[in-house]
Design a protein around this ligand. Structure first.
Ligand code: 5GP
Length: 194
């Protein structure tokens, strides 16, 4: 997605060979017009897939997912990273190793938010080692629902996430694919439409 790549080039900050900071438009500040374009792009890619629900994870997955849900006219559910007083039991849960926090976190979704008849699009902001997406996928499977695919805003293609997800039989659609963050610069995967 051309606009997204341009914004990454202009506003992304390479923190190390493995980590990109995008607080300017996705992880702290949020660019509404960019989110709206992202929603349109995911919706176009999955419009024939018969999506009934979008599942993401708090907090940075919510903005792109909401815009996609608006386009696909379907509900959005986000997995929570912490239990709250209002959400104690009747949960689907998965333990996920957090790439940025470097520790395991339990993510949860209320059982009443997913049904067997759902065809779910999983969306997340980044794909690195694939752990967040696999955790969300296991929650969908626990609910007996189908997974239509995984939509990723920024894929770091030099990390193993995509291979893990496609190896598990999942369709992965990433809007920007990064080949490398070395030498302090973002290099995108060449020869692709996105
Ligand atoms: P994974 O579970 O695929 O290893 O990592 C994906 C999750 O880690 C995303 O939900 C995202 O929050 C975070 N993440 C992974 N890599 C990056 C990165 O380079 N920059 C930022 N800001 N977050 C990342």
């Amino acid at each position: 997605m051309k606009l997204l790549k341009q914004v990454i080039e202009d506003q992304g900050v390479v923190l190390s060979d493995g980590v990109l900071k995008v607080d300017a438009f996705l992880n702290h500040g949020i660019d509404p017009e960019l989110m709206s374009e992202i929603g349109r792009e995911f919706a176009a890619r999955f419009e024939e897939a018969g999506i009934t629900k979008i599942l993401t994870i708090e907090s940075s997955g919510i903005a792109p997912s909401l815009m996609t849900a608006l386009e696909l006219k379907c509900p959005l559910v986000f997995a929570r990273k912490q239990k709250s007083l209002t959400m104690q039991d009747n949960l689907y849960s998965a333990d996920v190793y957090s790439f940025t926090k470097e520790k395991y976190q339990t993510i949860s979704v209320s059982k009443d938010k997913l049904t067997k008849t759902d065809n779910v699009l999983i969306i997340d902001d980044f794909l690195a080692n694939g752990q967040a997406a696999l955790g969300l996928a296991s929650i969908v499977q626990d609910a007996g629902a189908s997974i239509a695919g995984v939509g990723i805003v920024i894929e770091k293609s030099f990390q193993p996430g995509r291979t893990l997800l496609t190896g598990a039989g999942l369709r992965v659609e990433s809007l920007a694919r990064i080949a490398s963050l070395s030498e302090n610069k973002v290099t995108f995967v060449k020869n692709e439409e996105a």
